[in-house]
Design a protein around this ligand. Structure first.
Ligand SMILES: Nc1nc2c(c(=O)[nH]1)N[C@H]1C(S)=C(S)[C@@H](COP(=O)(O)O)O[C@H]1N2
Ligand SMILES: [Mo]
Length: 392
């Protein structure tokens, strides 16, 4: 009863995240478009800048909370896991195969998800395609499994009701009669825990995960309530002290690259190179915008810089152009990102030079970074080197 809605929300928010990457734009696709479905939904640009923080926070938090439920579910069917396939019947074989895929893919989803949150990719496994195709495999087999088991589920609800089994304390707890299903033990020992006791244990584990995790998605002061959050809990008190996913050092950004000789190349109908002084001399705007990382954390800060739309006008960008932001960082998935026309022409979208009244720190993208409302965190390119307004 809990797993079906949880998995549904996790799947929907997962697909929303995939589409919020704007995979239809050049350079953004993380999945070969030939093996992908079309984008079915994207947030309207008029929604608040924390819309992606809500769906992605739900994806990560609910995903982690569901782990104890999945483990309990696997525990409850443990005899099945050790039953070896026999070649006696074809549908028996198919059922075994579907269970193998079901259990295998659910474990792959949780492992790759948890490793990704920790920014850890063992054996150089590329998280995105594994997690994405894993979701398709799991989703398909899960629906199949639910259909096959539907008669059993219906019979169980009819005979026992939804919540009635939870009323029994330990003394009234009876094992299932062996003839009721192939999972029931033939010679059970006395129960050591009631069904509601088991639910309390599993639910308690889920709620504990919520308590130590949700703060990182909500952000602000709540982050301090999330001791298990990756990237730490406290960042001191200065204007630049909020979480950093990848430091300047890890991206191999050196002070020489960002010193007085740094220029941002802005290209549209014309191409210009602007120094930080030139940018600071242009009209400055301050916006309160949320960075919401795909890994589940988010943070809202006050950013100051030049509106992207002003830069577009300066170089005569064509209407409907997409904006490709290229970083000084040359390797890796964060070295560039493409923004749709409605994203960069949003008047809140900035090439930020300052945050919370101070210059950007090297780790937050000095000399300049992109910051747009509602995009996944990784599209807010740091250490910007080029802004190219290109025909879509
Ligand atoms: N060039 C570059 N830009 C980048 C990244 C990066 O590694 N390199 N990380 C991205 C990711 S994954 C996120 S969530 C945000 C985080 O911004 P912050 O480190 O300032 O909090 O920056 C994005 N911009
Ligand atoms: Mo991120």
């Amino acid at each position: 009863m809990l797993l079906v809605p949880a998995i549904t929300v996790i799947a929907l928010t997962g697909f929303i995240s995939h589409w919020e990457y704007h995979p239809e734009l050049v350079g953004n696709a993380t999945i070969d478009p030939a093996f992908d479905i079309p984008v079915l939904f994207q947030f309207p640009q008029s929604w608040p800048s924390w819309d992606y923080a809500v769906t992605q926070g739900a994806h990560i938090t609910l995903g982690l909370m569901t782990l104890p439920l999945v483990l309990a579910k696997l525990w409850s069917v443990i005899p099945k896991l050790f039953k070896w396939p026999t070649i006696r019947s074809l549908d028996g074989m198919l059922e075994r195969l579907s269970l193998l895929l079901l259990v295998g893919s659910v474990l792959v989803e949780f492992l790759t998800g948890i490793f990704a949150i920790e920014d850890y990719s063992p054996l150089g496994v590329n998280f995105y395609p594994v997690h994405y195709y894993g979701a398709w495999v799991f989703g398909t087999v899960f629906v199949l499994h639910a259909c096959i088991k539907f008669p059993v589920v219906r019979r169980a609800y009819r005979e026992r009701g939804a919540l009635k089994p939870l009323r029994a304390g330990l003394r009234e707890t009876k094992p299932e009669p062996p003839e009721s299903s192939e999972l029931a033990p033939v010679n059970p020992a006395d129960p050591t825990i009631s069904r509601r006791g088991l639910l309390a244990m599993v639910g308690g584990a889920s709620l504990t995960i919520f308590a130590v995790q949700a703060g990182q998605s909500i952000g602000g002061p709540f982050r301090r309530l999330a001791p298990m959050a990756p990237r730490g809990r406290q960042f001191g008190t200065g204007p630049n002290d909020f979480q950093v996913n990848h430091t300047a050092a890890s991206a191999q950004i050196t002070p020489a690259m960002t010193g007085p000789r740094w220029r941002v190349i802005v290209a549209g109908a014309t191409t210009i190179a602007l120094s930080r002084q030139r940018l600071l001399a242009m009209a400055q705007a301050t916006e309160t915008l949320t960075i919401s990382c795909t890994e589940g954390w988010s943070t809202t800060q006050h950013w100051t810089g030049v509106r992207l739309i002003d830069l577009a006008r300066l170089v005569g960008a064509s209407s409907g152009a997409i904006l490709r932001a290229v970083s000084l960082e040359t390797v890796g998935p964060n070295s560039q990102a493409s923004l749709a026309h409605e994203q960069w022409s949003d008047h809140r979208a900035l090439l930020a030079l300052r945050v919370n009244g101070a210059d950007l720190s090297p780790d937050h993208g000095y000399p300049a970074r992109v910051i747009v409302p509602g995009a996944p965190g990784l599209h807010n390119t740091k250490w910007v080197h080029e802004l190219r307004f290109e025909a879509a």
